[in-house]
Design a protein around this ligand. Structure first.
Ligand code: OOG
Ligand code: MG
Length: 255
């Protein structure tokens, strides 16, 4: 097994068994290219277990997230079918290490998309948009990482919840967002916090997958990245995010 394959096994096992691992950066930092190679190798292991790729997620597309995590480069990760949490569903904390939740916008694609595209070309590939939340769960101790660590760990991907789909003509560029815990506002923001306009995240998504020799496919879900800082999940919470004119999306946190 190559060194990168060994690292891929470590991050994959951390994710599979919900057990924290040490950052690689404290001893031997991964370059960004190595980190994406590890991510691809670790995802191969998940696909080999039967998980299906359903799209990708973008990360650090808002200042709030960059500041919270101390990482200032855009990142991406792969989403699989087993990460999907039903709107209104219950998650079990036993499946996570130290999960957090953050409000996002999701795109559903109707055509393939890859490479350098304009915002208009990106929007032309969109079938629908939905209010969404991402459940992130860094596999690293104390949720601490550098850029290479987090990329190798599939950019902390662990779950996502989608609300109702809306026609792409629906304005999604500057909508108010209120993320609540047990009915109390925990984070407020706007979809405009996502690169000034979430469509720019889809433009970036097309570019980053192309640089990995891949593409976005018709039917893919693309999460644009969080508009606000993420909040920690705890047993018994009811999480709901209201999006101006897109309704709300929510789930409950079991034991
Ligand atoms: C990395 C993932 C960042 C986002 O929406 O910005 C991300 C992390 O914060 O653990 O998903
Ligand atoms: Mg996210």
């Amino acid at each position: 097994m190559s060194d990168l394959a060994k690292i891929a096994e470590i991050v994959d096992e951390g994710a599979r068994t919900a057990s924290a691992i040490k950052q690689f950066s404290t001893e031997k930092p991964l370059s960004i290219d190595e980190a994406y190679a590890v991510q691809a190798l670790s995802m191969q292991r998940r696909y080999a277990r039967g998980e299906k790729r359903v799209g990708i997620k973008m990360g650090f597309t808002s200042r709030a997230k960059m500041i919270q995590m101390g990482v200032h480069d855009l990142i991406w990760g792969r989403l699989t079918n087993t990460m999907r949490v039903e709107d209104g569903g219950i998650i079990s904390l036993a499946n996570y290490i130290h999960p957090r939740v953050e409000p996002e916008i999701a795109f559903l694609l109707k055509t393939d998309l890859s490479g350098d595209v304009t915002p208009a070309e990106a929007l032309a590939a969109v079938e629908a948009i939905a209010p969404a939340m991402e459940i992130i769960d860094s596999r690293y101790d104390n949720f601490k990482f550098d850029l290479g660590d987090v990329v190798a760990d599939n950019s902390s991907s662990s779950g996502f919840v989608l609300g109702n789909w809306f026609p792409k003509e629906t304005d999604f560029r500057n909508l108010g967002i209120v993320m609540t815990v047990n009915g109390h506002a925990a984070e407020v923001g706007s979809t405009a916090a996502i690169l000034g306009d979430p469509i720019r995240s889809l433009v970036s998504a097309a570019r980053v997958v192309a640089s990995a020799g891949e593409k976005l496919y018709a039917g893919d879900i693309v999460l644009a990245g969080s508009a606000t800082a993420a909040i920690a999940l705890a047993p018994g919470q009811s999480i709901e995010t209201q999006f101006q004119s897109l309704g709300s999306v929510g789930f409950k946190v079991g034991a």
